[in-house]
Design a protein around this ligand. Structure first.
Ligand SMILES: N[C@@H](CCC(=O)N[C@@H](CS)C(=O)NCC(=O)O)C(=O)O
Length: 211
């Protein structure tokens, strides 16, 4: 009997889903992508993962991975031809700590910067400054090594670049004026990459088969 491909519930513009798609793409593990709308989540997604966020990966044996970082790790543990996984335990701990900073304080500042009114803010300045402090740490890291991961692009780069991209696009003129030349180059390289183009291809919305 043919093995069923894992099912990936995804939303094209979600940065968490992008990082999962990037890792799955580099791993070469085939999945069945199911593009959904966040405002109209299919019952099958909520049944697999009642918390209702994407990405969600449902494996052939029924195991459900409902955190983007777990999906990245799973994909890269199946196959990691470009050596995206951190090289040792210490590097993995560093990667996970950096991703936690991205998903915690940076994402919090990013949301306030993008949608100040939602947070009752009159100005984006404080949020932008908070995000900038964190991005300056990336700039310093990128001045010492070509990628956040080290000598080559890796899991940490793929996990953070979609979020930095959202920040950059919120006010592209302002972003271009800041003193982060390496960060800007790193982001441009990401946006110009074949991997990014591949995972951003438009997919039709998934429709549940009629009962
Ligand atoms: N911690 C989760 C966060 C995923 C997440 O928050 N995704 C957003 C979309 S970018 C979502 O699904 N939000 C639910 C909604 O908007 O209803 C992960 O890493 O996968």
């Amino acid at each position: 009997m043919p093995m069923l491909a894992p099912v990936l519930y995804t939303f094209r513009r979600c940065p968490y889903a992008m990082r999962a798609r990037l890792a799955l793409h580099t791993s070469g593990v085939p999945v069945e992508p199911r593009e959904i709308l966040l405002k109209d989540k299919p019952a099958a997604l909520l049944q697999a993962s009642p918390k209702g966020t994407v990405p969600v990966l449902v494996l052939a044996d029924g195991l459900v991975l409902e955190q983007s970082v777990d999906i990245m790790l799973w994909a890269l543990q199946q196959s990691d031809p470009l050596h995206w996984l951190p090289a040792d335990h210490a590097a993995l701990q560093d990667t996970l700590a950096c991703i936690a900073t991205n998903d915690g304080p940076f994402k919090q500042a990013l949301d306030r910067y993008k949608y100040p009114a939602r947070f009752g803010l009159d100005s984006v300045t404080t949020a932008r400054e908070a995000a900038t402090d964190l991005l300056m740490a990336w700039e310093q890291r990128l001045q010492k090594q070509p990628f956040l991961n080290g000598a080559h692009w890796g899991m940490l780069d793929a996990a953070t670049a979609p979020f930095v991209r959202q920040f950059a696009h919120t006010d592209a003129t302002w972003f271009a004026q800041q003193a982060w030349p390496r960060l800007a180059q790193w982001l441009t390289a990401f946006e110009d990459s074949a991997a990014f183009a591949a995972v951003m291809q438009k997919q039709p919305l998934w429709q549940a088969p009629a009962q």
